[in-house]
Design a protein around this ligand. Structure first.
Ligand SMILES: Cc1cc2nc3c(=O)[nH]c(=O)nc-3n(C[C@H](O)[C@H](O)[C@H](O)COP(=O)(O)OP(=O)(O)OC[C@H]3O[C@@H](n4cnc5c(N)ncnc54)[C@H](O)[C@@H]3O)c2cc1C
Length: 445
């Protein structure tokens, strides 16, 4: 095994069995000049490129599949290059994490408001590429809502500045062609590294405002009541600052919790009400204890067996939230028919994400954990993932909302193909192969 075989290995997804020998080069550029050199090499040799941040993405896109490819990491491009107090933005290297950025902003009383649980490792370019966000997206929006523009470099080395209005580039023909089809930041958001290398991100920054908040626990009779309660919170645009849901939890880890329930934090002078459940006010200590219990759910195991994240996330909104009981039971039926026992379901609510056609969706981002069946092969486990994606499409659930699961998102895929036809099609091409799911990914489980 060569050094390059392990150098780029970190990857949080379940797609681990990579053919490292197909990687033709691994680059860790320290400047834009070195990045352009790496891209020039890939372009001259005709190699596909996979851009990689921290590898914390869960959809497998940062693996590059099993193609012959060059990997380019952003982990040495972490500078906060400049901060504009007047313009309320900061220009940061693609490898900077939210925590690193906020360390620089805190003394100035400012903050970059994107806070995924992985904020200590996830990079801003990775967050743009997956349109990530934390449990505060209801209040603060997703990564695209907090991005002013990105600097994107194509396989041929053309530099594009992409913002909400369009594209600017020294390559006037390319600029004109991309503006003709209306390319904007929305296209780069959630593009899974398929358009180019994000070399810099201009993030929006805002003042930190101290606010007195109150906490509450809301227990619902059943899933349908929870769905109705959430729809009511969304309709009323309730000022929820922190919203976590425990939809179900295995008895071994329930610790006195009575799901389905919501743990909420909101301005102390706001009257939080539900038409179908009581709101129990929480002391600061109880709020912290419940938040902690919720955070520990994915880290604990049942008394017998171990938990797995077969399918990382579900976005329930509209009809799927209104009929939440049916939605959950039908998903559980698919899990059980594949040998999985539901273990815990929890997540951010109310929350926000974007659909593949860039319309915002509001609802529950629900993570799901299962008890692992014995003796299943990788392809058999992947079969369950595919069945769930199909079920989600049927139920109007957004599969993997943080990652927009582009393998099943036809609107996003079609748009990315249109743009790649203009700007080059050599970034993360494996995602567009017709057998990406059935062959590449399933053999990597
Ligand atoms: C414990 C844990 C908790 C998590 N919690 C959350 C959460 O709360 N919210 C959430 O949204 N996500 C969460 N995630 C998922 C993950 O952190 C996000 O998807 C994150 O955006 C990935 O960033 P990354 O730097 O690790 O990117 P990677 O995993 O390295 O890559 C992800 C995608 O971005 C592309 N990419 C990376 N860098 C570039 C670049 N410079 N140019 C172009 N494309 C690029 C890659 O090709 C790939 O397609 C969590 C993951 C873990 C492991």
């Amino acid at each position: 095994m060569k050094l390059r075989d392990v150098a780029i290995g970190a990857n949080a997804s379940m797609y681990k069995r990579m053919q490292f020998r197909r990687i033709q080069g691994v680059y860790y550029p320290k400047s834009e000049a070195e990045l352009l050199d790496a891209l020039r090499h890939a372009h001259e040799k005709g190699y596909d490129v996979t851009a990689k941040g921290a590898g914390s993405g869960l959809s497998g896109a940062c693996t590059g599949g099993n193609r012959e490819r060059v990997m380019i990491s952003s982990l040495h491009l972490t500078n906060v290059n400049s901060i504009s107090l007047e313009g309320r933005f900061a220009d940061v290297g693609p490898g900077a994490t939210p925590n690193e950025i906020n360390e620089k902003l805190r003394p100035l009383g400012l903050r970059f408001f994107v806070a995924p649980s992985s904020r200590d490792v996830a990079t801003v370019a990775g967050l743009v590429s997956t349109d990530g966000g934390g449990n505060d997206t209801w209040a603060n929006g997703t990564m695209r809502d907090n991005t002013v523009s990105v600097r994107l470099i194509t396989h041929a080395g053309d530099i594009l500045e992409v913002d909400r209005e369009g594209v600017r580039s020294d390559n006037e023909e390319l600029q004109e062609n991309l503006n003709r089809v209306g390319m904007t930041l929305d296209d780069v958001a959630s593009s899974h590294g398929t358009l180019g290398f994000i070399a810099e991100v201009r993030v929006a920054i805002k003042p930190i405002v101290e606010e007195k908040t109150a906490g509450a626990l809301v227990e619902f009779e059943d899933y349908d009541a929870m769905g109705a309660g959430l729809l009511q919170t969304i309709d009323r645009k309730c000022p929820v600052r922190y919203g976590e849901a425990v939809v179900m939890a295995h008895e071994d880890v329930r610790e006195g919790l009575n799901p389905p329930l919501l743990i909420l934090e909101f301005p102390h002078d706001f009257e939080m009400e539900f038409c179908n459940a009581d709101v129990k006010k929480l002391t600061r200590n109880d709020l912290t204890r419940l938040q902690d219990l919720r955070l520990k759910l994915p880290k604990r195991n049942p008394n017998v067996g171990i938990q797995v994240a077969l399918f990382e996330g579900y976005g329930l909104h509209g009809d799927s939230l209104e009929h939440m009981g049916r939605t959950i039971h039908e998903i559980d039926d698919v899990l059980r028919s594949n040998g999985m026992e539901p273990f815990a379901k929890y997540g951010h609510a109310p929350s926000k994400w974007y659909l593949g056609d860039n319309t915002p969706a509001f609802g529950l981002i629900m993570h799901s954990r299962e008890i692992k069946p014995e003796g299943k092969t990788g392809p058999e486990i992947y079969q369950a993932v595919e069945e769930i994606v199909k079920k989600c499409d049927e139920l109007g659930v957004t599969p993997k909302p943080e990652h927009k699961w582009i393998y099943s998102d036809d609107a996003k895929k079609k748009r990315l193909l249109e743009l790649r036809a203009i700007m080059g099609d050599s970034f993360n091409s494996f995602i567009f192969e017709s057998d990406c799911a059935s062959q590449t990914l399933s053999t990597m489980v």
